[in-house]
Ligand binder design. Structure first.
Ligand SMILES: *Cc1c(COP(=O)(O)O)cnc(C)c1O
Length: 380
């Protein structure tokens, strides 16, 4: 190997930029001692609201609970169906099953990787045919790009469904004039370290403009509390974001806009160099992606060779996701829209995510692009 291996995600460069400020924040929390629901938690919630324009922000312990709690607030129950894409991370469907409801898997678009309206329609018909009551849809902003919300919202409204946006990968991006965090009845995001806005552990947040939903979510977060700590008015959870993570996020949020801009520039450079050689990701008109991942498509039978050859040259790649959820052991008995989900299945065999982070310099990126093109040519 000629040069050192590149990182897939580079959190150390970000530490070189703002690590000192983050450490000061962490030590401030260590000193004041309000480790649970300390002042930084409130401050962060204010900052997050200001950033995206949502009326309420409820920070929580992780992105999975951020997805589950709105379902609890809406009293989702057995016999109800919630439409989710199959080509996503397990948490999107997992939370539906937690409540005894039925996730119904729908297919995605091969260019944008997000839910299609055609498959959503088939999924709703299928749910009804099975005697289930469709109540909600959870579009996923996969790899950082918002789903096709105008059509989904119109469709959902016509069928009486509510919409929760799974924005675990897209916070910091936008859909047309709307910032991520303001779409659907409620938006859930994650601050897992590798997400566009990540903390130093687990974290998440829920955004909504609905006052009633916000107050129920705040209660659910602390064991269903009522007027005080030892008044329990509903079955809740312990789903608080800890104060130290809030201190980390306060500093990271200050540079998020700048980092998302850098990710967009890097994605643009990738696409102009790679298009014509591999299938590059497509950003729909009006979308501003947070570029959680830069994901290309290569012929399925060549993918293992391409991955291995890149690895040999010190270039890490990842497969998100190698198996669509409707093929997973835990989820294979849930219904799917129509006769299988052909696009999700094909994508699982073809996708390949390249290194992507805001600190990917031109030299490293050229190295990735040139290596990939030469491997591609050698295996034509
Ligand atoms: C990461 C992720 C989640 C879950 O977030 P955690 O903070 O890891 O619980 C949910 N949905 C999607 C699409 C994700 O990428």
């Amino acid at each position: 190997m000629l040069t050192a291996p590149l990182p897939f995600i580079d959190l150390q460069s970000q530490r070189a930029r703002i690590g000192q400020a983050i450490d000061v924040g962490i030590l401030r929390v260590a000193a004041h001692g309000q480790y649970i629901m300390g002042p930084e938690v409130k401050d962060l919630e204010e900052d997050l609201k200001n950033f995206c324009g949502a009326k309420h922000c409820i920070t929580v312990a992780n992105g999975t609970e951020a997805l589950a709690m709105p379902l609890m607030a809406k009293h989702v129950r057995p016999g109800e169906a919630i439409l989710v894409p199959s080509f996503t991370f397990a948490a999107t469907a997992e939370v539906v099953a937690w409540l005894g409801a039925t996730p119904v898997f729908v297919d995605v678009d091969q260019d944008t990787f997000t839910m299609t309206i055609e498959s959503l329609e088939v999924g709703i018909t299928k749910a009804k045919a099975l005697g289930l009551k469709p109540v909600a849809v959870i579009p996923v902003d996969l790899f950082g790009q918002a789903a096709n919300y105008d059509l989904i919202e119109e469709f959902a409204a016509a069928d009486g469904l509510w919409v929760m946006s799974d924005a675990a990968q897209s916070f910091g991006g936008a859909y047309k004039a709307r910032k991520i965090g303001t779409i659907g009845q409620v938006t859930a995001t994650s601050f897992f370290p590798s997400k566009p806005l990540g903390c130093y552990g687990d974290g998440g947040a829920i955004f909504t403009d609905d006052d009633e939903m916000a107050s129920v979510l705040k209660s659910l977060r602390v064991h269903g509390q009522g007027s005080d700590k030892y008044d329990n008015v509903r079955i809740g959870l312990n789903a608080r974001l800890d104060t130290m993570q809030a201190a980390v996020l306060i500093e990271k949020l200050k540079i998020l806009e700048d980092e998302i801009k850098a990710r967009n520039e890097i994605a643009m450079r990738y696409s102009s160099a790679l298009s014509g050689n591999v299938q590059v990701p497509v950003v729909a008109q009006g979308n501003y992606s947070a570029w959680a991942q830069y994901t290309i498509r290569v012929p399925a039978q060549k993918r293992p060779t391409i991955m291995a050859a890149l690895k040999e040259q010190g270039i890490p790649t990842m497969i998100y996701y190698p198996k669509p959820l409707h093929r997973q052991t835990a989820y294979r008995d849930f219904p799917v829209a129509g006769n299988g989900l052909p696009v999700s299945e094909r994508l699982a065999d073809e996708v390949l995510s390249l290194p992507m982070h805001p600190y990917l310099d031109h030299a490293s990126q050229n190295r990735i692009v040139e290596t990939l093109i030469s491997i591609q040519k050698a295996h034509q």
